[in-house]
Design a protein around this ligand. Structure first.
Ligand SMILES: *Cc1c(COP(=O)(O)O)cnc(C)c1O
Length: 365
């Protein structure tokens, strides 16, 4: 983030230049110089006619990398999930998902609005569902219950602290679901983080899922865009739903050009973000009043500040006064996310501020 001056009384006695360290989310990443150059030089056409060569290249590469028949470039992850739920369900069905999932909590009831479905949320402490938990909630059509239409999983799980599905747990869910004629959609907004943690390819860890949505715009650094991958039949229908939702873009190659760099070049650096998150979590867990409830596997650290006696709003404000941005996520929990625009040195600075705030230092101390 660009250097700026903090107002007098916030950053200290006199105004000084402070570099803001933004740990609110990996959505804040800015496109790299290589991405901006590729965007400027991108070959483009009208993608609604299927004539944008750069979008076509991105869709072909995404399908190859995930070992699926086809892929669709969508403006946002929310649109990708929305289309996937529509593809696999009919009105009046239930979608099984984890209680803190993005589809249930952060997409404005989109599954009800667009697909006429309700969520059947199941809580799992680390965000990772098992087949046993899901099996108990599957409903057939009857005189009272709405039937299960789809199982939706989130990998990594955002609000549970970036947790990763063990591949065998995911496979067991998919195999059993398929045996019952149910489809599985994976919200893989951060699937490349899961792959980096597991040291496996995204193809291997998502193979049993029917459709996968992933974001180019978060840890991978593209300015805009997500992908939906699946069978040729599913993606052909998905293209029509994208148009209905207003997501039929024209010379979108300028965005796809950045997306291609995100897809090809950025996954290999994610483990750096994971190391920074582990570094922050380890130090946080030793600070007075702070606990880290989940094992940190990827680039997300959820931590609890109950013991500091501060609200998350107070905690955020005191950090902000020190040039560090971190948000609360409900109750006494806060979430920080590491990404390519945050260095190890930035993490060290963030820890200094976190330690001061945790120790109850006054805003102007
Ligand atoms: C960010 C995110 C999405 C999609 O978000 P958009 O802002 O619509 O791109 C979906 N699922 C999860 C888990 C996410 O973190």
């Amino acid at each position: 983030m660009k250097a700026r001056f903090l107002p007098r009384g916030l950053g200290g006695g006199r105004p000084e230049e402070v570099r803001i360290i933004d740990l609110r989310s990996d959505t804040v990443t800015k496109p790299t110089a290589a991405m901006r150059q590729a965007m400027a030089e991108a070959e483009v056409g009208d993608d609604v006619y299927g004539e944008d060569p750069t979008v076509n290249r991105l869709e072909k590469r995404a399908a190859e990398i995930f070992g699926k028949e086809a892929a669709l470039f969508v403006p946002t992850g929310t649109m990708g999930n929305t289309i996937a739920i529509k593809l696999h369900t009919t009105h009046g069905q239930e979608v099984i998902c984890e209680a803190r999932s993005h589809v249930f909590n952060y997409e404005l009831a989109m599954m009800a609005w667009f697909s006429g479905c309700v969520a059947r949320p199941i809580y799992a402490e680390n965000g990772i569902l098992t087949w046993e938990q899901i099996r108990r909630e599957i409903r057939p059509l009857g005189p009272h219950a709405a039937p299960t239409g789809l199982i939706e999983l989130e990998n990594t799980h955002n609000m549970a602290g970036g947790s990763v599905y063990p591949p065998e747990v995911l496979r067991e869910i998919c195999d059993n679901a398929h045996e019952m004629g149910l489809k599985v959609h994976l919200d893989g907004a951060r699937i490349f983080n899961a792959a980096a943690y597991l040291g496996r390819s995204v193809l291997e860890i998502t193979a049993p899922c029917d459709t996968v949505m992933f974001c180019l715009s978060k840890g991978l650094g593209a300015p805009v865009g997500s992908m939906l991958v699946g069978s040729a039949e599913a993606i052909e229908r998905a293209r029509l739903y994208r148009k209905r939702l207003g997501g039929g873009m024209r010379q979108a190659g300028v965005l796809a050009a950045a997306g291609l760099i995100a897809l090809e070049e950025m996954p290999s650096r994610l483990s750096e973000d994971h190391a920074n998150a582990a570094f922050l979590a380890d130090a946080l867990s030793k600070m007075p009043g702070i606990s880290v409830p989940h094992e940190v596997q990827t680039n997300i650290v959820v931590f609890d500040i109950a013991g500091t006696g501060l609200t998350t709003e107070e905690f955020s404000a005191r950090l902000k006064a020190r040039g560090i941005l971190i948000n609360g996520i409900g109750g006494t929990r806060m979430r920080l996310v590491t990404h390519m625009d945050v260095s190890r040195e930035d993490c060290e600075k963030a820890l200094t501020a976190l330690a001061q705030v945790a120790a109850g230092a006054a805003v102007n101390a």
